[in-house]
Design a protein. Structure first.
Length: 334
């Protein structure tokens, strides 16, 4: 079955064609993304109104690109999967309306997908992973632990109580004057820094060992930057110390959840999964526990439509379709 995936929940418009014969097993024929970082950089974060306006301009070309790069025509597509939420409602609406229009015009079945389900299943695009597995979703909007028991059966085991980890990277980069988005810049700088130079407290959520909290780490960096020592510390050392604190705070609950669930695989996913130090440390911590740690390639860690196509595919393969009356939902629960 050839499936067209459409994703526009935040600032990236994406489309992808995957080929699949059974749930969770797919070949990515194309994965196109229209990235808006250059548009939002000047504001230090995503401006929702600008994001949706730009989606209106790029969504059709990005779908055309995905279909062309897959070496097929629209007439070859057999089903459509589209993100319905959670995300920015104006952004979501652009992709969803486009998918509905296509489904209406072609008669193709359309299913809607929860964006988080896309991230949870993204590791399956490149790896054979037996369920159940534990997924750590770390992005600019989410930091959560889910047990992936089966297709459509996900249990949230932990969540952030305040900021997402990616948000902490972006806010600290802004404080340090490093630009937006901040994750990649901090990752690069940190490689040349001393991780022990600046003492940053590791927050734990009392009574909830699988939950996360990242607002304190950002405040620590802000306070340090205003101090005399802060003025004398190189950005490499501060970046490395901050990043190490975030990585520590992600690893402890993750290993705890894996132990509790008795799974043998941890899947790392979402934009922050691109972080080299997090990948290395989690692999090491997992190996110490006899656990396999898998992470998608960079292009499937950040927002993309191949993961949306995959997340919709198991329902399309069963012959399911959604009513074209469905609406976008900014806070759609999984
Ligand atoms: O999944 P994603 O593309 O979009 C959301 O759904 O949020 O994730 C974007 C987030 C941003 O906060 C960005 O700073 C962070 O992922 N990020 C990184 C790295 N690359 C991207 N954070 C840490 N290290 C990286 N190498
Ligand atoms: Zn995402």
């Amino acid at each position: 079955m050839l499936i067209l995936g459409i994703e526009s929940s935040c600032d990236d418009a994406a489309a992808s064609v995957i080929e699949t014969t059974r749930p969770g097993k797919a070949t990515v024929r194309s994965s196109a993304v229209a990235n808006q970082d250059d548009i939002h950089r000047a504001y230090g974060g995503v401006v929702p109104e600008l994001a949706s306006r730009n989606h209106v301009i790029t969504i059709v070309p990005v779908i055309e690109r995905a279909v062309a790069e897959a070496g097929c025509r629209l007439a070859d597509i057999e089903g459509i999967a589209v993100t319905r939420g959670p995300g920015l409602v104006g952004s979501l609406l652009v992709g969803l309306m486009c998918a509905k229009g296509l489904a209406q015009a072609t008669g193709l079945p359309m299913v809607s997908v929860n964006h988080i389900e896309g991230h949870l299943l993204a590791p399956l695009l490149e790896h054979e992973i037996a369920m159940p597995y534990l997924a750590l979703v770390v992005s600019g909007g989410h930091t959560a632990l889910f047990a992936v028991d089966d297709f459509g059966r996900y249990r949230r085991r932990g969540n952030t109580r305040d900021d997402a980890a990616g948000e902490a990277f972006d806010k600290v980069a802004k404080l340090m004057g490093l630009g937006y988005p901040g994750g990649k810049v901090i990752d690069d700088l940190a490689r040349r820094g001393n991780r022990r130079r600046v003492k940053i407290p590791r927050a734990r959520v009392r009574g909830a060992p699988m939950d996360f909290s990242f607002s304190g780490v950002k405040t620590s960096v802000a306070t340090y930057l205003r101090s005399d020592a802060g003025a004398a510390t190189g950005p490499e050392d501060l970046a490395a110390s901050f990043q190490e604190a975030v990585v520590d705070m992600l690893i402890r609950p993750t290993i705890g959840a894996a132990r509790e669930l008795g799974v043998d695989t941890i899947a790392l996913t979402g934009g922050v999964a691109a972080n080299l130090r997090l990948r290395a440390r989690l692999s090491e911590a997992g190996a110490n526990e006899g656990l396999r740690v898998v992470a998608p390639s960079l292009r499937y860690c950040t927002d993309n439509a191949a993961m949306i196509a995959l997340a919709g595919s198991w329902r399309l393969l069963r012959g399911e379709r959604d009513d074209l009356g469905i609406d976008a939902e900014a806070s759609l629960a999984l």
